[in-house]
Structures are given as C-alpha cells and as structure tokens.
Design a protein around this ligand. Structure first.
Ligand code: FES
Ligand code: FES
Length: 156
C-alpha cells in the first residue's frame, strides 16, 4: 500500500504492507531511531510519538493509519538544539539509562502544548502510560512542572 505522510516536517512517500506498524516504519524506513522498541504491545510508552498534536504509542498504530498525517518524533523537537523541557530534564537529572526518555519527552511535550499550567496530577496522568525502571518518576515530574513556568510551556 502507498503511504504518504510527514515526519518531523519532511514528506515521505513509502510502500508498506497493511500489517506494518508505525514504530517499525519510522525506525526501518524513515530512519528515526528515537522511538524505542520496548514491549511492542502498548504497555511501556518507549515508542511514543506525536501524531497531529496527540501523543500515541507507535507500536499500536498501523503505518497506513497515518496516511496524510504529521508525525513528530523526539528528533523533530531537537533540530535547533534541545527544547527548554529537555534542558530541564537534564538539569533535574531526570533520566539514568535514558531508554524511556524519548517517549516521556514526547508525552510531556504534548501535555505542555495543550496545558500551560498543569498540576502534579495532570503530569502524573499524562505520563501514566510511560514506564521508567530507573528514576522513581519524581525528577521527571519536577522537570515537567518546572517547564510549565516557561513561555510556551518549555516545549519549544
Ligand atoms: S513499545 Fe510501544 S508501548 Fe512499549
Ligand atoms: S531512565 Fe532508565 S528506564 Fe527511565
């Protein structure tokens, strides 16, 4: 099947099979390695990307479903250096191994794009689908709350 979509602002015209999942197409055909292969069944959030301003787990989306849509991965928010949110994750020592980081950054970016003033509960809820085995989550939540104090929610 023919698939036309945009990834991080760039147009892609690909041929995919009906069963191909977005995560695999992004990594293998587009070459964006930011979305990570974790559980591959929607449990861990390591594959999170944003489709048209909504964060989704790309292992649960058929590639053909994004035909005509815009997909943003972690690479897409880092073209001109790290975002304020990413810098605050670093400042707060929010990650250790970093495997969960691309997915958490994308889920938090969606939250801040849609909510200028999230509460702790809002952050916890937004990140509920993203597992981190290293940090205990507190430094991640602190960084997102800190980013909310910046213009445009620190997402840019
Ligand atoms: S790899 Fe997609 S949710 Fe775990
Ligand atoms: S920093 Fe290791 S899984 Fe989150």
């Amino acid at each position: 099947m023919d698939l036309s979509f945009r990834v991080n602002g760039e147009q892609w015209d690909l041929h995919v099979s009906p069963a191909d999942v977005l995560l695999d197409v992004l990594r293998e055909q587009v070459g964006t390695k930011g979305p990570k292969i974790g559980c591959e069944r929607g449990d861990c959030g390591s594959c999170t990307v944003v489709i048209d301003k909504r964060s989704v787990r790309s292992c649960l989306v058929l590639a053909i479903e994004v035909d005509g849509h815009e997909v943003t991965t972690i690479e897409g928010i880092s073209y001109e250096g790290l975002s304020q949110l990413q810098n605050l994750f670093i400042a707060n020592n929010s990650f250790q191994c970093g495997f969960c980081a691309p997915g958490i950054v994308m889920a938090a970016t969606e939250l801040l794009d849609n909510n200028d003033n999230p509460t702790r509960h809002d952050v916890q809820e937004a990140l509920a689908g993203n597992l981190c085995r290293c940090t205990g989550y507190e430094p991640i939540i602190e960084a997102v709350l800190a980013a909310a104090g910046f213009p445009e929610g620190g997402a840019s």
